[in-house]
Design a protein around this ligand. Sequence first.
Ligand code: NDP
Length: 385
Amino acid sequence: MAKVLCVLYDDPTDGYPTSYARDDLPRIDHYPGGQTTPTPSGTDFTPGQLLGSVSGELGLRRFLEGLGHTLVVTSDKEGADSVFDRELPDADIVISQPFWPAYLTPERIAAARNLKLAVTAGIGSDHVDLEAAIAHGVTVAEVTYCNSISVAEHVVMMTLSLVRNYLPSHQVVLDGGWNIADCVARSYDIEGMHFGTVAAGRIGLAVLRRLAPFDVTLHYTDRHRLPEPVERELGLTFHADAADMVPHCDVVTIHAPLHPETEGMFDDKLIGGMKRGAYLINTARAKIVERDAVVRALRSGRLAGYAGDVWYPQPAPADHPWRTMPHHGMTPHISGSSLSAQARYAAGTREILESWFAGTPIREEYLIADAGGLAGAGAHSYSVR
Ligand code: NDP
């Protein structure tokens, strides 16, 4: 029987919800392009419930205990005396979410003698040291596509919020004020602007599609070019790399995974090549940009705004400079953890576990590393040193 160690974020500060703002979720069977949403044999939760926090348990307890397995759920993940570190040595399976990542470092992977499977309940498995996982024969899987559209929606929101100066204007209302000039002195329309994405995978392409009706000119860069009909439909301009693209753009958004090729990509040099007053949005991973280069660019005016939801480390310390830098629209890491997304990634996690326990193949598109190498979606989008 397996021991499953699941690291989830804390419950709401006022306790686990007993009721919700809405009664149901729209029913979605397929993602754009046709991939089906998760297909576990069953679920033990009501879609729309808070599943990503400790008491939500990703809806897994009844299923796992029914099969005789042990489930340990904790939010305590940092430091040698954390519950995570204490429970890890004999855990067979670790599950965590990028929003509250259980960092599986080479040291932790070496200490986890029984570890065979690391599941990301979400997308983005960079919190797992993939090289160490591969070396130790650990399979890594994530719920590909489960929250890609959730993130794309967040990016549209952040684009409009930054360009139109929404958050400072809302603050004027909260403060009891009415100085219109304070609100509009940094407010623009995005109509006519040039908008570019670094990576046009599931999220990047969904963002481009959502921005197209705003009458902007769309740009992208990626390791693989999109099909020609898609480029034509959206009027996309392809650039060989980010350095080639950013000088043309008023707004740049990042949607590549964090891996050796993308780590530190947005440094002083690349940001220095952006238009003065450009906006940068990053919902991919914090380490794709250099933390202090972003702060410097906001202070100098090179960037007019920065928004996103990804930080390093997570949770971000209280003195993280992105909390107090000027003209930012940061949220904690939430874009992929709406209640809508949680229903999909909880079901996807269960689907992966059902396959694992039945000894049947995990969906190819869910695999990041397997059988001693990158695999499935991981072989397409990631690299290792
Ligand atoms: P996809 O795998 O569909 O897309 C990733 C894209 O990045 C692929 O098109 C890939 O190219 C491209 N890419 C990889 N390396 C480079 C590079 N060096 N330069 C340019 N492009 C590159 O993933 P998603 O769109 O679903 O997700 C993207 C990332 O977003 C995730 O890895 C994760 O880090 C983050 N994410 C964040 C969430 C949040 O809550 N904030 C939630 C979900 C995801 P190709 O495959 O063509 O080689």
